[in-house]
Design a protein around this ligand. Structure first.
Ligand code: SF4
Length: 428
């Protein structure tokens, strides 16, 4: 979501004359868009500002702006602690960014951290989303009302807000016209989207009508909001990709309860089975928090066994680390060594599953959306329907096309192959 936000901030500040630069040592404005989900997020921001300070020691100081969730959580505190920062702007106040910059004077530092998602999206909808990527993000919903005990999102992004249906469709059309082939619908709780009776399922089916769009994804979902209408879309949709990122966090009901996750393992399995019944090729990925306060060997083994049973692909796993201001911040931590041992065990299982899955694709023909050239400019980078990175031999002309690719080799995170010329006339 920060990537989407950064692009939209850029769409906005372009109107007052700013341009992106790769050579940021000569920039006259430095904007740091921050994420509070990461461990030690706050300290990382101050560290980064320290680095900028050093770079500009002998030069004219740039305008320094901190945006995003750390800005929201820290607000005035940032301006007090680090006078090098000039402006602090929270994620629901980006509609004010141009005026804030224009009104800034050295004597008056500015902090904008109101929760005003309605005005933000009204403003952003009047500014063209200039993304011309093959795969584009589109935020449809922000904030969260679920208050999982470990999570800062409800405090930094505010209450749930769903953008107007038409506003989203217009942005999707605009992205399609600019060359996007894939749209990734975003929200902290993307499947809780609701606007005047419209749900995520309606959005998917409407975006599906856009000819240029070949792939639709959404992230991140909550198991509680995997309603039957959304599950049923997998029966009808030809463009909805078969990978579902559905964080379960733990395989233990006791821990889910302590996390205030509001769903049980039985409910999760129920969703899993319904989807597998519709299409057995659907795969799942998840997030796992290991070593949550209260987790003992029994609960840990339940998580381990769940992974073994459901064979999640492309998952994220972390040791629990408390976030200031959350309920879990006050809980007694379990032994770090124990958590680390458990994380290693979980990751080794997850990686084994991933390697096996990738290996099984060797010699197979896959549909790959070619997104760009690799950094060394020698090959092409794309993604399979399951979001796996695919590195291909082939000409630049294929960027933006969905091609058939023959997979030759694989590792844990990527597939390597070549474009299958014989099949591509039909695909491109
Ligand atoms: S549902 Fe997701 S965003 Fe909301 S509080 Fe829980 S983890 Fe955070």
């Amino acid at each position: 979501m920060n990537e989407y936000d950064s692009n939209r901030i850029y769409d906005s500040v372009k109107r007052i004359g700013f341009e992106k630069t790769d050579n940021y040592e000569d920039a006259n404005c430095y904007l740091l868009n921050t994420c509070h989900i990461r461990d030690k997020a706050k300290e990382k921001v101050y560290h980064e500002i320290g680095r900028v300070k050093k770079i500009f020691r002998a030069k004219k100081k740039p305008l320094v702006i901190v945006a995003g969730c750390v800005a929201q959580a820290e607000n005035q505190e940032m301006l007090k602690r680090e006078p090098y920062i000039d402006l602090v702007i929270g994620p629901q106040a980006y509609h004010k960014i141009n005026d804030t910059i224009l009104n800034y004077t050295e004597k008056q530092k500015i902090e904008e951290t109101d929760f005003d998602a309605v005005s933000k999206f009204e403003y952003l909808s009047r500014i063209k989303n200039q993304s011309s990527e093959s795969s584009s993000f589109l935020t449809i919903q922000e904030g969260c009302d679920k208050f999982c005990n470990f999570c800062v999102v409800p405090y930094t992004r505010g209450p749930e807000y769903s953008r107007p249906f038409k506003q989203i469709i217009n942005e999707a059309k605009n992205l399609a016209d600019q060359g996007s082939k894939e749209i990734v619908l975003l929200g902290q709780n993307v499947n809780s989207y609701k606007y005047n009776g419209f749900k995520l399922s309606d959005l998917i089916l409407e975006i599906e009508k856009l000819n240029q769009i070949q792939r639709i994804r959404y992230t991140t979902s909550h198991p509680k909001d995997m309603t039957d209408d959304l599950i049923d879309v997998y029966k009808y949709s030809k463009k909805l990709m078969p990978l579902i990122h559905l964080p379960v966090q733990s395989g233990s009901d006791k821990i889910l309860n302590l996390m205030n996750r509001k769903h049980s393992i039985k409910e999760y399995l129920n969703v899993y089975e319904k989807l597998k019944k519709i299409n057995s090729c659907i795969e799942f990925s998840s997030d796992f928090i290991i070593g949550y306060p209260g987790e003992d060997e029994r609960e840990f083994n339940q998580t381990y066994n769940l992974i073994k049973e459901l064979k999640f692909i492309n998952s994220y796993s972390f040791i629990f680390s408390p976030r200031p201001g959350t309920v879990a911040d006050k809980l007694k931590l379990i032994d770090k060594k124990k958590s680390l041992k458990r994380l290693k065990k979980i990751q080794s299982l997850l990686f084994k599953i991933q390697i096996k899955k990738n290996k099984s694709l060797e010699n197979k023909l896959l549909k790959v959306l070619v997104e760009n050239k690799t950094k060394d400019n020698k090959r092409l980078f794309g993604r399979s329907e399951y979001m796996t990175a695919v590195i291909l031999e082939g000409k630049e002309d294929y960027v933006g096309q969905t091609v058939n690719a023959r997979i030759i080799s694989s590792n844990q995170n990527s597939l390597f192959g070549k474009i299958d010329q014989s099949n591509n006339k039909k695909v491109a």
